[in-house]
Design a protein around this ligand. Structure first.
Ligand code: DCP
Ligand code: CA
Length: 277
């Protein structure tokens, strides 16, 4: 490589470094110097006298060129090179962390799953959606409703939803056939909630018949898991079908109602304190 090109390369490193440091004055000085060297009407720089008194080349730049001609490198460039590489790696790490964070926020995923997806070459939620083989049933649902599931549910919406569920269940077994309470943060009076937690007890209904009824009315759209006493899934208001949310239904025998209500109302921190006592 000619000295001329090598000096341009070195000055480009300095320009980038000072840009990174926010030193606009030096950044521009090296930018002007690069333009000046490129514009020189000589094929190479062999002697420092060739670049003295060139418009655009300040004292500092001439000194650096001299240093290069005498030693074959510029100390400042060697020093900042590593810092620039580090900054690049840093940016890479930041974006990797951002993607891992997003992956871990998918319903049913955690830090380990996020790492696994990263290692499989996944870099976005859309990459995941195109690779269903990497996903569990729950994660598929998490991706399908990703934005909705990360939107808080307004209190008024939960109130309306609850009325609708009460109406539908009353159609099945009458008003006195069951007891229902929305617990969780809603029962604690919060103005919005992350999901809807419903507690039900009934002598006439089972959890299965409740879920089947809500499915039939197009209120429950997806089942995440179904156990004897607990349902987890996705629901929406059929009239407002563009917003889907997470619903947990806990079904309890009447004699466990009080304890269940206490547990399911929380908060989590309060429950931990209570258990400690
Ligand atoms: N709960 C608990 N221990 C846990 C998780 C939950 O005791 N590890 C109880 C207390 C919670 C209730 O279950 O209040 C409902 O759990 P949620 O995760 O739905 O929490 P919240 O309803 O309190 O808040 P959010 O508005 O985020 O849904
Ligand atoms: Ca909740």
């Amino acid at each position: 490589m000619s000295n001329k090109q090598a000096i341009i390369d070195n000055f480009q490193i300095l320009e980038r470094y000072y840009k990174q440091e926010g030193d606009r004055w030096r950044e521009q000085a090296y930018n002007r110097a690069i333009i000046a060297i490129r514009g020189l009407n000589i094929s190479d720089i062999k002697n420092i006298n060739q670049v003295k008194k060139v418009p655009g080349l300040g004292k500092q730049s001439v000194e650096k060129i001299n240093e290069y001609l005498e030693t074959g490198q510029i100390a400042k460039v060697e020093e900042v090179k590593k810092l620039i590489v580090k900054e690049k790696e840093n940016q890479k790490n930041v974006s990797k962390q951002r993607i891992l964070g997003k992956f871990a926020s998918v319903l049913g995923a955690g830090e380990k799953t996020a790492e696994k997806w990263w290692d499989a070459g996944m870099r976005s939620l859309d990459d995941l959606r195109k690779n269903p083989k990497l996903l569990t049933h729950q994660q598929k649902i998490g991706l399908k409703y990703y934005d909705d599931l990360h939107t808080r549910i307004p209190r008024e919406y939960i109130t309306t939803f609850q009325l609708m569920v009460r109406y539908v269940l009353a159609k099945e077994v009458g008003m006195n056939g069951y007891e229902l309470t929305v617990a969780g943060s809603y029962r604690r009076g919060n103005s919005s909630s992350g999901d809807i937690d419903i507690l039900i007890t009934s002598k006439k209904l089972t959890l299965k018949t409740i879920v089947d009824t809500l499915k039939k009315w197009d209120i429950i759209t997806d089942v995440i898991s179904m156990q004897k006493e607990k349902f987890m899934g996705i629901a929406h208001c059929p009239s407002g079908q563009y917003f889907y949310f997470h619903v947990d239904i806990v079904f309890l025998p009447k004699e466990q109602w009080g304890a269940g209500l206490l547990w399911f109302t929380g908060s989590k921190g309060f429950n931990i304190m209570m258990r400690a006592k």
